[in-house]
Design a protein around this ligand. Sequence first.
Ligand code: ADP
Length: 177
Amino acid sequence: LEAKEEFSHKTRAMDVMRPRKSDPPLTVITQDTMTVEDVETIVTSTTYSGYPVVVSRVSQRLVGFVLRRDLIISIENARKKQDGIVSTSVICFTDYCPLLPPSSPSVLKLRSILDLSPFTVTDETPMEIVVDIFRKLGLRQCLVTHNGKLLGIITKKDVLKHIAQMANQDPDSILFN
Ligand code: ADP
């Protein structure tokens, strides 16, 4: 029993989250500096269900989470129906949009599709607790932070894979049943 207890506390959010050390960095969207074209490139070159939105790549301060399908639909609609929205239009997820030179194309405001309080845990959080939170809150994904900076993401599928791995290593464990 003791061994099991120790085992259950050993795995932390940082061990399950993506990206892994050898992976390319997390794909994020910045809150008010990317263009329509930049974001279109992201959604066509990756297949993730969603993207964390950050203040800036350098700060990695989390602003919210945006779903891939909402981005695709909103950009498509804006390009069709909204005057002045072009590839070089800046996308803005903030309340106050950046002041751009008068010659710049219209800004595309997408605050309405941003989830402003995505669930987050710190990288030290034991996976046992993360699993519990996923179950109880019915989460699809959870973001991982360290000292307030965005570090990674754990999806429901990542959690399920982790549970399967745990069961393999320790078939008698009742922790994740
Ligand atoms: P699922 O886990 O259901 O396949 P996704 O397609 O969103 O969902 O994610 C696939 C994998 O990529 C998961 O392991 C997840 O942790 C990781 N991932 C999800 N979103 C991002 C992102 N924005 N940047 C980098 N990796 C991500």
